[in-house]
Design a protein around this ligand. Structure first.
Ligand code: NCD
Ligand code: ZN
Length: 350
């Protein structure tokens, strides 16, 4: 039995670091494990300009005061008004790493997202030319479509058309939740990849309804049935370079989760690597964890691989029941449970 695993320092290719006090509360959890994170732009108001992204990046860095060894990679929130010249300038100046496409109304703070996808085609054309990745929240928002089918229908109605119209565009299908998503990525060219979250690897939709409604298992895209979870586990642990780590850590205060209209999102940042290690071990694939966590994403984005290493040791780790107090309580993924792996520093980890 493997007792210790040393991997190159990993990156998180999908994280919500939030803003204000919440940013100060959560950013350290991501920065402690990951050298870099792709920071989602769904703030209020959204990050749509180079100036917004630079200011937000400064707020992230100052929230992490002292921990200089973490690089936030900023994203632009695409709207039907996005200006290709602004996106190009942001990318060329090294401010924007990628653009995020939210279908309007699909998830938290997506009201400014896109309704008519052809209205952003001129932006996609600029991105294709520059090699700038498009990060896609892949769900249709048509209320007629069953919520569990929204990813599969998005592939048919939207994503397949974007990929066909821009055959060289780098596309990351974010937080895939279905075997349809896996199949689409596998059958597309090398310019199409996907992130997979720890929670979609670990539970299926039953978890939301086990003995009562459990809001801390509610996220978007919503978890699907077991056969889909198994397809995700196969893809993530297969060693394929098309799949990589993106936690989609999405903290909401407990009062916003446990509510008559609870927010979608799972706060998995505190024990993200330990969670992924659990899945990879269960699938007898710990030898593929490093590629998934530290190599495939960076290679797809065209980033250099991180220096330094991080150790995971087999040692029981208790996950706190909550973080914070008063109005700022956050409930983490795996709250109150014990995980088998513990992250530790070997000296090269900052
Ligand atoms: C995210 C959030 O809260 O910002 N929520 C979620 O359930 N994943 C938005 C998103 O990534 O869909
Ligand atoms: Zn997200």
């Amino acid at each position: 039995m493997i007792e210790k695993l040393t991997i190159r320092r990993p990156d998180d290719f999908h994280a919500h670091l939030r803003d204000g006090n919440l940013l100060k509360q959560v950013a350290g959890f991501t920065a402690r494990q990951f050298a870099r994170a792709i920071v989602m732009p769904n703030l209020v108001p959204p990050i749509t300009t180079v100036a917004h992204a630079e200011a937000y990046r400064s707020r992230i860095i100052s929230a992490l005061s002292g921990s200089a060894d973490f690089k936030p990679l900023m994203t632009a929130y695409l709207t039907e008004e996005s200006d290709p010249a602004e996106i190009e300038r942001g990318f060329k100046e090294g401010v924007f790493t990628a653009c995020k496409l939210y279908p309007a109304g699909a998830t938290t703070n997506s009201a400014h997202g896109v309704r008519d996808f052809e209205r952003i085609f001129h932006v996609l054309s600029t991105m294709e030319r520059m090699g700038m990745p498009l990060l896609v929240h892949g769900e249709v928002t048509d209320p007629e479509v069953d919520i569990f089918d929204r990813e599969a229908v998005f592939i048919d109605r939207v994503l397949s058309k974007i990929v066909a119209a821009f055959p060289a565009l780098k596309v990351v299908f974010e937080h895939i939740t279905t075997r349809d998503g896996v199949g689409f990525v596998e059958s597309s060219g090398l310019n199409v990849a996907a992130t997979i979250t720890p929670h979609h690897l670990e539970f299926n939709r039953n978890a939301m309804f086990a003995g009562g409604f459990r809001p801390h298992f509610y996220c978007l895209p919503v978890a699907k049935r077991e056969s889909h979870r198994l397809a995700l586990r196969r893809a993530a642990t297969s060693g394929s370079s098309k799949f990589f780590l993106g936690t989609d850590s999405a903290p909401h205060r407990v009062g916003d989760k446990e509510s008559a209209c609870g927010c979608a999102g799972i706060f998995n940042a505190p024990f993200a690597l330990e969670s992924y290690a659990k899945t990879f071990e269960e699938e007898n694939a710990l030898h593929h964890l490093e590629a998934f966590a530290s190599v495939n994403g960076a290679t797809f984005y065209g980033l250099t691989l991180n220096e330094g290493t991080l150790n995971l040791r087999r040692s029981p780790t208790e996950v706190p029941r909550s973080y914070g107090d008063g109005n700022d309580i956050l409930i983490p993924f795996h709250a109150g449970e014990t995980l088998a792996w513990r992250r530790e520093s070997d000296g090269s980890e900052a």
